[in-house]
Design a protein around this ligand. Structure first.
Ligand code: IVH
Length: 702
């Protein structure tokens, strides 16, 4: 007998799952993430398996989706639209495959063919065609009865009105199953437009696709950038109708899922180019890993891979449960959205004094790493998201993307009944106690105290960071410690540090002190472009800094340059020029700069015209040519590679344009230069090609 608490828990789970089904399927406004929903279903299924007496005939573990809403007419599916079981690990995928062998003992998993298809995150749809003509579109609903959304789906451009002639003769009646989805780029653009118009902003492409389909007025749907992918042939009447007496062509009796997809393509349906037929379970797992790695590069959102036994005759043998076929499974990727507690909202101070609110979260593992902090950008964003300290919130983290708080999950079981008061932006700097000021018309708030120690710390951290002077061993913690001990207050002070002062600090022995001083000393040899980045001038990042350093060659020439000369540099312009001039007009800045120069920092850009090392005697193989470098090339740092180009009479700007002669691709290249080069057809060179280019000025044969 099951314990009383398990019976209670099963009841509770059923109520919860039904509630969330409605939020997701009917209201298009889920309150919990897919992963949390799946966990509830799993828990209920486990209880029901262990205690069959607790299973109920109306349990959501047996059902598909939710009952259709009353907004649309009902459509009864001729063959039910089923759900899919899912596997979250490779072991579970293996478990599914082992079950196939138990059902069909002749199967050999190493030679069995599978169709692996991206599991696009959208809305399942059944399209009906009669004599090759589109007549109806229906949602999945509860799997048996769905909603008639024909008028809305008719506005989706990639849904063919008529089947392509190449697929004639057509079946008398044909059901095509697939997914209506919103491409990622269209989703971002739609949300931007919605936000600008003060309208509803969607949480993800799936919700926006579902919301767009469930419009009373098809004109509303037509205005939304929806697309369709066909993934399954549903029922098919092999006899023609009165109007169409011919037997459908051979392609309409596929022997496998991959043949069915090929035929759908011939008939004019979009089919995912990322669907693959593979042989053996090992290859299935490899394909799943591949797609998981590439998921963020795809132009549409996927949450897993649907793995189907390819041979359709085997589908009959393997059969189905009440809700899902046994011949297919959804391999689900690790979740990128989970809810957790927003412990508190705090404010951090940046090097410019900007006060940025951020969320301190109960740690959760999401999108491949543990997240406990997430930026909230500014005061307006906190209000827009509507989150309050103590709330349960949905956290989104995808790959390398910065974690984001999506919004509160007010119906989460752990959400407090009484919410804490709305958060207010503090009026005093958490670091120095000075006033925090938000200027009218601006979204950012600033600590205006120039002596604020948090600002000092951040300025020095930025100075030492990888893209700037790259001083190893000088991270946040160390800088905080040095500032607190009164050893440094600005970047120039770094060059006056001595062993004696350092070893007195906690956690710094002779060896680490020597290493740190060595790294600081080495940074003096960084080229001018790095120094320009390190100074933290507004709008001056690595690309602009390199363009300026190459153009002027030395700090001396740069400081003497009028604003017009700066603005005339390729890629600079007036705004950046004004920012540099403004920076240099501030005596506090020039004072630090003078002390840096006095400490012996390099103030020249090696190889640049006008710099001490300009290439006398080197053959000018690249005269008039513009060659862009991304990443470090074998045998050169990026700066050295650029210097080599300039030395030979060429230019090496920080970005690719139509007039770029070649792009040299090193290690850890930047994606934007590569993408741009590919789109404008710039030749791309490796280290060997670069060597040839330097020597001869010519491109290696393509
Ligand atoms: S096959 C009986 N293939 O995943 C076969 N489904 O629960 C049922 N989905 O919302 C579906 N991509 O719309 C299949 N390539 C694909 C799919 C796919 C996405 C969706 C489907 C449904 C869910 C399955």
């Amino acid at each position: 007998m099951a314990k009383k608490s398990e019976a209670d828990r099963a009841d509770e789970l059923r109520a919860l799952i039904n509630h969330h089904n409605e939020r997701y399927h009917v209201l298009d406004s889920p309150e919990i993430s897919d992963a949390e929903y799946d966990a509830l279903v799993r828990e209920l299924r486990e209880i029901e398996t262990d205690h069959p007496e607790l299973a109920t005939p109306d349990s959501p573990t047996l059902a598909v989706g939710a009952a259709p809403s009353s907004l649309f007419a009902e459509v009864r599916h001729q063959t039910p639209m089923m759900s899919l079981d899912n596997a979250q690990t490779e072991a579970e995928l293996q478990g599914w495959a082992d079950r196939l062998v138990r059902l069909a003992p002749d199967l050999d998993l190493a030679s069995l063919e599978f169709s692996c298809e991206p599991k696009v995150d959208g809305v399942a749809m059944s399209l009906t065609y009669e004599d090759g003509r589109f007549v109806q579109a229906a949602t999945r609903g509860n799997g048996v009865v769905g909603e008639d959304v024909t008028a809305n789906v008719a506005t989706v451009r990639s849904v063919p009105r008529e089947l392509a002639r190449a697929a004639a003769p057509f079946p008398g009646r044909l059901a095509v199953r697939g997914e209506i989805y919103m491409p990622r780029a269209e989703f971002d653009a739609l949300n931007e437009r919605q936000a600008a118009a003060g309208g509803k902003v969607f949480a993800n492409p799936r919700n926006s696709a579902a919301g767009s389909l469930r419009q009373k007025d098809p004109k509303m749907t037509a205005a939304r950038p929806l697309a369709f992918w066909a993934y399954q042939m549903g029922e098919l009447e092999t006899e023609g109708t009165q109007a169409n007496r011919s037997k459908p062509g051979k392609g309409w009796s596929p022997a496998s899922q991959s043949e069915a997809l090929a035929q759908l393509k011939v008939a004019g349906f979009p089919v995912s180019p990322d669907a693959r037929r593979v042989t053996g379970l090992e290859a299935v797992m490899k394909r799943c890993r591949e797609l998981e790695e590439r998921r963020h590069d795809l132009p549409y959102e996927i949450d897993g891979v649907v793995v189907k036994v390819d041979n359709l005759a085997l589908h009959q043998t393997l059969g189905q449960t009440s809700r899902a076929p046994r011949w297919a499974i959804a391999f689900k990727f690790a979740p990128e959205e989970l809810s957790t507690r927003l412990v508190d909202i705090e404010v951090s101070i940046g090097r410019t004094g900007r006060a940025t609110p951020f969320a301190r979260l109960s740690p959760i593992f999401v999108g491949g790493s543990t997240v406990q902090l997430a930026t909230l950008h500014n005061e307006d964003q906190v209000a827009l998201k509507g989150v309050r300290p103590g709330d349960m919130v949905l956290v989104h983290k995808a790959g390398d993307v910065i974690p984001e708080v999506v919004g509160p999950v007010l119906d989460h079981p752990d959400q407090p009944k009484r919410r804490r008061p709305r958060w207010r932006f503090p009026t005093e700097c958490p670091s120095c106690g000075g006033p925090l000021v938000r200027l009218p018309g601006e979204s950012d708030t600033y600590c205006t105290n120039i002596d604020c120690s948090a600002q000092r710390v951040q300025r020095i951290v930025h100075f030492a960071s990888r893209g700037a002077m790259d001083i190893e061993g000088l991270g946040d913690q160390r800088v905080v410690q040095l500032v607190a001990a009164g050893l440094i207050a600005d970047p120039a002070d770094l060059y006056g540090l001595e062993t004696g002062g350092l070893v007195a600090l906690e956690g710094l022995g002779e060896l680490s002190a020597a290493n740190l001083l060595g790294a600081i000393e080495a940074s003096k040899r960084q080229p001018l472009s790095r120094l320009l980045v390190a100074l933290g001038v507004r709008h001056v990042g690595p690309t602009v800094a390199r363009d300026i350093a190459s153009a002027f060659g030395s700090l001396h020439a740069l400081m003497a340059a009028p604003s017009g000369a700066l603005a005339a540099v390729d890629g600079v312009g007036q705004v950046i020029a004004d920012s540099i001039v403004g920076f240099l007009a501030n005596p506090a800045n020039t004072h630090v700069l003078e002390r840096l120069v006095a400490a012996g920092l390099t103030t020249e850009q090696p190889g640049a015209a006008g710099a001490g090392t300009a290439g006398a005697g080197v053959e000018q193989t690249l005269a008039g040519k513009s060659v862009v470098v991304t990443g470090a090339v074998e045998g050169y740092t990026r700066e050295e590679a650029e210097a080599a180009i300039v030395e030979r009479g060429g230019k090496s700007p920080g970005s690719v344009s139509k007039s770029t002669f070649a792009l040299v691709l090193g290690e850890s290249p930047g994606a934007s230069k590569l993408t741009k080069a590919e789109s404008v057809g710039t030749p791309i060179l490796d280290a060997a090609g670069f060597a040839k280019l330097l020597a001869t000025g010519e491109l290696p044969p393509a």
